[in-house]
Design a protein around this ligand. Sequence first.
Ligand SMILES: [Zn+2]
Length: 271
Amino acid sequence: MDIESVPGFTVRESGGVVVLVPDFFGRLGLSGGFSARRTKSGRSLDLDLRGDKDTSAILENRRLVAEALHIEPRDLVIAEQVHGDVLAAVADADRGRGAITPVDTIPGVDGLITTSREVSLGALAADCAVVLIAAENTPAVALVHSGRKGTLANIASRAVDRLNAVGAPPQSLYAAIGPAIGGCCYEVGDDIAHDYESTFAWAGEVLKIVSGRAHLDIPAAIRRQLAIAGVRPEMIFGAGLCTVCKNDLFFSYRREGAAAGRNAGIISINR
Ligand SMILES: [Zn+2]
């Protein structure tokens, strides 16, 4: 990943695999971070097992990324991701669901929360944001897959509520918003702009008109939602990397279409 510097994150490389790790992970005893689309030598790091793929190559990609993120690939738990607003609680027994086959992913959800040290939560995306959230003094972590629909449904704030319910109040939370399509590149139709305007009083802050077309800034919307849910603004870290502008570094559905691979965001409480 040729990134000079991303405030709040560290770009780390091991064996040619470059990852983006939120700085608070080290302080809080977490493993994980965000993957890039290829290794330094040019190997694709598509992490999506769905579709007509060479499964063994994808599993090897997951192994490489897991190693760089300091997690065990067999600990991964992945949600089905249906662009909804539902989170599932993940326990020890869920370890490995979605890790080797998409068949046993946690169905019907876009967010995961856990207090288990036996699992690593993972989400896949190409333009949608993956948000990793952790508590300062409580072993509790969550992630959400938040694209246009998930953000409209405010899934990030639901994750904050769920963490609060397991003893991690919003003021104790850190959040990292991964690479995602930015307001620079995400042109949306008037219907979508209207949906946001009629749902959020602050929609004007995240919708801009560029050359007569509405552009939606999803990472900015998520940042706003987290802050409204009670997360301190100074504890919310956005990678600020647009998957379309930085398509050389990250997969983008908008740029590449249905053939686009998937980047991952992963979070795990260290054992
Ligand atoms: Zn862009």
